[in-house]
Each structure stands twice: as C-alpha cells, then as structure tokens.
Design a binder for this molecule. Structure first.
Ligand code: CDP
Length: 221
C-alpha cells in the first residue's frame, strides 16, 4: 500500500483534560516526529478575539480574525509574533474557546492549516476533537482518549501553572458545548471514529497509555 505521508500519522481525540497533549508529546518523541495541539489554535483565536474586544459569538468578525492571524505552533505558541503560550490557558479563554470553536468559518480555516501542517511535516501526531473524524480520516491510527470527569479535573488541577478550568463543572460545560455544536462535534467514546482505539485512562499511568498506543500503531503499519 502506498503511504500518504512518509512518517506515521496518529489522530488523538477526546474530552478536555483526558491527557491528549501528554500522550501526543510522548508519542511524537518515540516516533521521531512532531505533535500538533489543535486546541491551542482555537485558543489562539479566542484569545485574539478577547484582546480586540470582538465577541466570541460574533461569527463573521471572529471568522475574519481567524484567517488573518499568523500562528506558529511548537514548544511555544506565537500569534503574529507574540508569545501567547500562557495567555491562551486562562479561565477567560477556557470560557470563550468553545464558542469560537463552534464557528464554521473558524473551523474551515484551522482545519486547512492543520492538514497543511501534516503535509509539511510529512506526518506527525495531531490531537483535538475532530482529528480522526474530520481532519485526518486517513490517519494510520486513531485514538479516542477519555477518563472520568473527576479524574480529568484532578489532572487539570495538578498541572503546574495551570490557570485554567480545573473544576469539574467547568470541564463539563466545555465538553457539553463541544459535543452539542453542529459543526464537527466532539463524539462520545461510543460514537468515536469506528476504527478508533478507545482508551479510558482513568486508572492508567501516562506511560501505560503511550505503550498501548505504540503497540497498536505497530500492529497497523
Ligand atoms: O486541553 P483541553 O483538552 O482542555 O482543550 P484544548 O485541546 O486546548 O481545546 C480547547 C477547545 O478548543 C476545546 O474545548 C474545543 O472547543 C476546541 N477544539 C476543537 O473544537 N477542535 C479541535 N480539534 C481542538 C480543540
């Protein structure tokens, strides 16, 4: 079979605080590739809208803003040259981001950029809400990572320097908004892409999750 990308492509989806970023970074390191945190892209748009006094629900203005922003995603997140790595993780951005992410104009722009990122990197590990279902349906491996709400809130609270939504009710509000939107909603574990490996990591250590995913990827390549 001809491979579409030279390096493996892994799509990781799941609710807030499930450990997607931790898994994505560790996996990329194991595979000698890079990880893309697509949530940081939606957060960057939400942060920029708040900075400019644009309402997160203003479809047209936020859509225009998304296409005009220059984003650089790596260890740090840069928006038009400004380092916003910490600024996109505040409770204000947690509150606004799901509204921005429900905007189809924003999704169109960011999904295009996510696909370009994978092509330019020749593969990689991409995490978000709609990666296996919409962005990269041809990924070599799709993972749906979840955990109990209480455990996700505990992990979020434990993250050093996390100024964000550590409380269970805040995480659950964001999950509900993400799951109920019309465009590319967050699937439940049962609705995840049919070919996805579903992992409930409530009782798993981070390393165990990485090992399970590496094993599943080996079996598919
Ligand atoms: O880190 P956490 O799981 O809390 O969230 P995130 O990955 O930083 O994503 C922030 C928000 O961006 C989510 O709550 C979604 O509203 C949105 N998002 C999305 O709609 N689609 C994606 N592929 C990634 C994130």
């Amino acid at each position: 079979m001809t491979r579409k990308w030279p390096k493996p492509v892994v799509a990781i989806d799941g609710p807030a605080g499930a450990g997607k970023s931790t898994l994505a970074r560790a996996l990329a390191e194991r595979l000698g590739s890079r990880a893309l945190d697509t949530g940081a892209m939606y957060r960057a748009v939400a942060w920029s809208a708040l900075e400019r006094g644009i309402g997160p629900e203003d479809l047209e203005d936020v859509g225009k803003l998304a296409s005009s922003l220059k984003m650089c995603l790596g260890d740090r997140v840069l928006v038009d040259g400004e380092d916003v790595t910490s600024a996109i993780r505040t409770p204000e951005v947690d509150w606004a981001v799901s509204l921005v992410a429900a905007n189809p104009l924003v999704r169109r722009v960011l999904v295009d950029r996510q696909r370009v990122w994978v092509d330019e990197h020749g593969g990689g590990v991409v995490e978000g809400r709609d990666i296996g279902t919409v962005v990269l349906p041809d990924a070599d491996l799709k993972v749906y990572l979840t955990a109990d709400l209480t455990e996700r809130a505990r992990r979020r609270a434990a993250e050093a320097g996390s100024g964000g939504d550590a409380r269970a009710e805040q995480l659950s509000r964001r999950d509900a908004l993400d799951a109920q939107r019309g465009d590319s909603p967050l699937p439940s574990a049962g609705e995840a892409a049919k070919d996805a490996l579903v992992i409930d990591s409530t009782k798993w250590r981070a390393e165990e999750v990485v090992e399970a995913v590496v094993k599943a990827l080996r079996a598919r390549l």
